[in-house]
Design a protein around this ligand. Structure first.
Ligand code: GLN
Length: 574
């Protein structure tokens, strides 16, 4: 059905246009859920959004998850992990917010480049259009030009989704976020409110002295949303305690919603319990009720009940050392941490991670190093950037190689493992990477030319640092009979996600083959080493890519599964 809706055109004129023109190409019955947050940041909005998506998916619906980040960076690729946590890389090579990692881990589908946008990207697009003369003499303004650009994102690249969820980053009231709320408000007004739901995540602080959950911050936060013209339809309230009927009634009364639409999100000891908790609280029922879909099929939650039954009843424990450099901030290793946990789930094994700041290893004696690693059954060296801590990683890698400790190196972890082996097995004393110093024999160096999607990519040391890495999925050919090939179930070729500028020199990798190494994964043209392993070792595997991005609790990544299995075998030796 074509309905007429109001639309402000780019010259500022208000016109009646057909809804179909606006929601160009979007299936008429797609429903949109906007997720906002209030009261404080760090409430786990990304997790909450992912869990909501997973519940709708469990009902058999096609779900798409998206993120709008109001900050002014074009993408998070240039932000320090200390500031923003991990940069999540999509299959199609976008550097995105770590919340997209939650979405993929909960929904199982791959997110796309088009599923994430920042304020910076929106303004960049608007200003590019302004310079190009696309606005035909108009005064370029926040409304309608910036809001239209945001709405273009909202409706872009959709096909036959039943539900599209949009998480709006930040907290209601943030200056940068206001324009995104305005665009969402306009969008809901244009496609019809019955097709858009606003879900607001807040906090109910518990004041022990009063013995009460406090609802006032939630009321204030909803007032702020109302100022932006948005009446939330469902409130998801983070809380340490269950709500009493009177507290629920008070929130409903002041926030203008039904008591059943006040959903309590109790603190969970595992993120994988959240979908089940939300379901018990009736969240998916209320969402479907809002959209007039009370007859929706019951959800199939087996995926989640299976995981929760493993998590609640671990049969074994192993301890893994992760030698990284952002260890104080676990958000910086979000996907890695999850993938390690998934590797454990595959073996009903709880994995304790011993986080070790790599630079603390640098001035240690060999005895100290042995002592530090004496209580772990595996050593993992993750990805990273810059020279700080590199020598500590090399110490850890040498220890793992020489002492038959299961070792898993990822990205920088593979590059440093090659530097270590080049120094100690090939006798190249000053082996290094040009990322750290020009004053070395480079066994890892800047890749200046490569092919992506049939197009030649060229980079130099002078290229901008933003968005100029080898990014996203690239194929990798596996060597038959190798550990890697076995772990991947005998596959001849796999594809994994990359995010790096530097590459291991193939000549050096081949030299290492004479010392017991196997180059077990290479780029299809045979030029780039993608996986190296040691033949005569319980488990020594290093990869140039980031397998952690593709691991799921319900489908653990084979390399993490293999690594944890090897660590488990060590426990039998203890
Ligand atoms: N710093 C290295 C590079 O750019 C490794 C990157 C990473 O570990 N993601 O190649």
């Amino acid at each position: 059905m074509v309905k007429n809706v109001l639309k402000v055109d780019i010259a500022g004129r208000v016109d009646m246009i057909a809804e179909n023109d606006f929601a160009n190409g979007v299936a008429e019955m797609t429903r949109y859920i906007f997720i906002t947050g209030g009261v404080v940041s760090s409430l786990g909005k990304g997790m909450a959004s992912a869990a909501v998506g997973s519940l709708l998916q469990a009902r058999g619906y096609k779900v798409r998850m998206r993120k709008m980040d109001p900050y002014l960076n074009i993408d998070p690729g240039t932000m320090s992990p200390f500031q923003h946590g991990e940069v999540f890389v999509t299959e199609d090579g976008a550097e995105t917010d770590l919340d997209l990692g939650h979405y993929e881990r909960f929904i199982g589908n791959f997110c796309h480049k088009t599923d994430s946008v920042s304020g910076g990207r929106i303004y960049h697009n608007v200003l590019t259009k302004e310079r190009r003369g696309d606005y035909l003499g108009a005064t370029v303004q926040m409304i309608p030009h910036v809001t239209d650009e945001i709405k273009l994102f909202i409706e872009s690249d959709l096909t036959d989704e039943d539900f599209v969820l949009y998480e709006i980053g930040g907290t209601v009231g943030d200056i940068e976020g206001t324009i995104f709320l305005e665009a969402a408000r306009q969008f809901a007004n244009q496609v019809g409110k019955n097709r858009c739901l606003f879900l607001h995540l807040t906090l109910l602080p518990y004041i022990a002295t009063a013995g009460e959950l406090k609802t006032k911050p939630t009321q204030h936060s909803v007032k702020q949303l109302l100022e932006a013209g948005i009446q939330p339809n469902i409130l998801l309230c983070r809380s340490q305690k269950l709500l009493s009927d009177s507290e629920r009634g008070k929130i409903a009364l002041f926030c203008n919603i039904a008591p059943q639409d006040v959903i309590v999100a109790l603190d969970a000891d595992s993120i994988y319990k959240i979908p089940l908790q939300y379901h018990e609280e009736g969240l998916d029922d209320r969402i479907l009720h809002y959209f007039g879909m009370d007859d929706a099929p019951a959800p199939d939650l087996t995926r989640w009940t299976n995981i929760v039954s493993v998590i609640g009843h671990w049969e074994h424990t192993v301890r893994i050392a992760v030698v990284g450099k952002y260890c104080d901030l676990l958000e910086a290793y979000k996907s890695l941490n999850e993938a390690i946990c998934h590797g454990g789930i595959a073996h009903k094994t709880k994995v304790d991670v011993k986080w070790i700041e790599s630079d603390t290893l640098e001035d240690k004696s060999d005895d100290d190093i042995a002592r530090i690693f004496s209580d772990v059954q595996g050593i993992l060296v993750p990805g990273g950037f810059g020279v700080r801590g590199v020598e500590g990683k090399i110490r850890a890698e040498r220890f793992a190689r020489e002492n038959n400790i299961p070792f898993f190196g990822i990205c920088l972890g593979m590059q440093t493992a090659v530097i270590e082996a080049a120094r100690h097995l090939l006798g190249i004393e000053n082996a290094g990477s040009t990322e750290f110093t020009k004053d070395c024999t480079p066994v890892v160096a800047l890749m200046t030319e490569w092919e992506q999607d049939g197009r030649k990519q060229i980079r130099s040391e002078k290229t901008d640092v933003g968005g100029t890495m080898r990014l996203g999925a690239y194929p990798c050919v596996l060597k038959e009979g190798s550990l890697a090939s076995k772990l991947y179930g005998g596959a001849a070729q796999i594809a994994e996600r990359h995010r790096h500028r530097y590459e291991v020199d193939m000549t050096v990798a081949r030299e290492l083959e004479k010392k017991g190494f196997v180059v077990s994964g290479v780029s299809p043209d045979g030029l780039l080493p993608e996986i190296i392993e040691l033949a005569d070792h319980p488990f020594y595997l290093a990869v140039q890519f980031h397998p952690e991005f593709k691991s799921r609790a319900f489908d653990p990544h084979p390399l993490f599964k293999g690594f944890i299995a090897a660590a488990l075998k060590q426990t039998a030796l203890l």
